[in-house]
Ligand binder design. Structure first.
Ligand code: UD1
Length: 357
């Protein structure tokens, strides 16, 4: 590894957002260590990040590890010094969290508490956490600013909310901590090579992977959850942000951690624009010149009507701004599911095996 490079620990590094962030870190000149329990991801993603990073790939190492395994984490922190930790690892399926709440509290909360304990014991107190716009619940108005009241409608959402509160508490107890909580809106797309991406296990929960699977013939039609919302066309409105823009938001957050004024801060990472389900489908059809069959259905329990970000604070304080337009987001999402990529299609190259969670 390069001597001068900052060394960043990335938990959940083999996952969807984690792998894209690892790549951007390497290309940005950081050295990175990925850890992941590979529960919903594969180490293949790490190899692919290394390949995509070219000569920088040598600055990445990986350890299969569950964050609840405190001795393993202790050993890792004793073996090297980290400048900061970016924490993605966790379970993320809303429906599953309702059915198996203890799994979610154990994985997400116990894992994070163990990580924070080991970090503190080794004097590593710079932390970036992947939170979610889910903490805004059903917002009274949009765009959502960071000051909005917080709530959660599922055990998954509560784990995000609780971890945010834990971070605020540890900062209040010890002002040496520098913490940035990033509230992601709806991450979509993949690296343009199609070499890393999102390939959820089983039936996808999220809109874009579902649309992609319909496009490649894995599923017959997209079920639209509700067309009676008070939105432009009756379908739910969200803020879809390209995963590479999101990954870059983490680099901006790392830079911000060096600002002496930072304590425990929260930033939205979104585009600031709302897009409906039917608009996403129309853009995808236009880009792929392919029809996506639709089945209209009732609202999905726990869904909200319209959620999009205010991006002012992140743009002002992190000096970060999205680079990829809405059209480009859809085009790139299509490219990553179509096979027309330089390195081969992510979904196809692994059959129906999943590579990233
Ligand atoms: C969901 C989670 C949220 C999590 C986020 C991660 C729920 C209730 N919320 O957000 O906590 O942080 O994923 O990305 O699950 N849709 C369809 N058909 C589908 C799938 C989705 O019509 O097959 C619609 C949904 O009703 C919604 C929009 O597409 O209007 C986006 O849904 P989704 O991608 O699941 O994201 P969120 O619900 O916003």
């Amino acid at each position: 590894m390069t001597d001068m490079a900052q060394k960043i620990l990335v938990t959940g590094g083999a996952g969807y957002i984690g792998s894209h962030t690892l790549l951007q870190l390497l290309l940005g000149g950081y050295a990175a260590v990925g850890v992941d329990n590979l529960d919903n991801s594969s180490q293949v993603a790490i190899q692919r990040v290394q390949e995509l990073a070219g000569e920088y790939g040598q600055n990445l190492s990986f350890h299969k590890m569950d964050l609840r395994d405190k001795p393993a984490l202790e050993k890792l922190f004793a073996s090297m010094k980290f400048d900061a930790v970016i924490h993605f690892a966790g379970l993320k399926a809303v429906g599953e969290s309702v059915a198996k709440p203890l799994n979610y509290y154990d994985n997400n909360l116990s894992g994070t508490i163990t990580l924070l304990e080991v970090m503190a014991a080794h004097g590593c107190k710079r932390f970036v956490f992947s939170s979610s716009a889910t903490v805004y619940g059903w917002p009274k108005e949009v765009p959502c600013t960071e000051e909005f009241p917080l709530s959660a409608a599922s055990p998954y959402g509560r784990t995000k909310l609780f971890i945010e509160e834990i971070c605020r508490d540890i900062y209040h107890s010890d002002s040496e901590w520098k913490i940035i909580l990033l509230r992601y809106f709806n991450p979509v797309g993949a690296h343009p090579s199609g070499y890393i991406g999102e390939d959820p296990r089983g039936v996808p929960n999220n809109l874009m992977p579902f649309v992609q699977q319909v496009a490649v013939g894995r599923r017959p039609a997209l079920t639209v959850f509700g067309n009676d919302y008070s939105t432009k066309d009756g379908t739910g409105v969200r803020d879809y942000i390209h995963v590479l823009d999101l990954a870059d938001g983490h680099i901006a957050a790392l830079r911000k951690l060096s600002d002496p004024s930072i304590g425990c801060e929260v930033y939205n990472l979104g585009t600031g624009k709302g897009t409906s389900v039917l608009e996403i489908v129309a853009s995808f059809e236009k880009a792929s010149k392919q029809k996506i069959p639709l089945v209209m259905a009732g609202r999905r329990p726990g869904d909200t009507e319209t959620v999009y970000a205010s991006t002012d604070k992140a743009e002002r304080e992190l000096k970060w701004k999205i680079q990829i337009s809405k059209q480009e987001v859809v085009r790139l999402s299509r490219a990553s599911s179509s096979g027309k990529t330089s390195k081969g299609r992510f979904l196809e190259s692994h059959g129906n095996g999943r590579v990233n969670g």
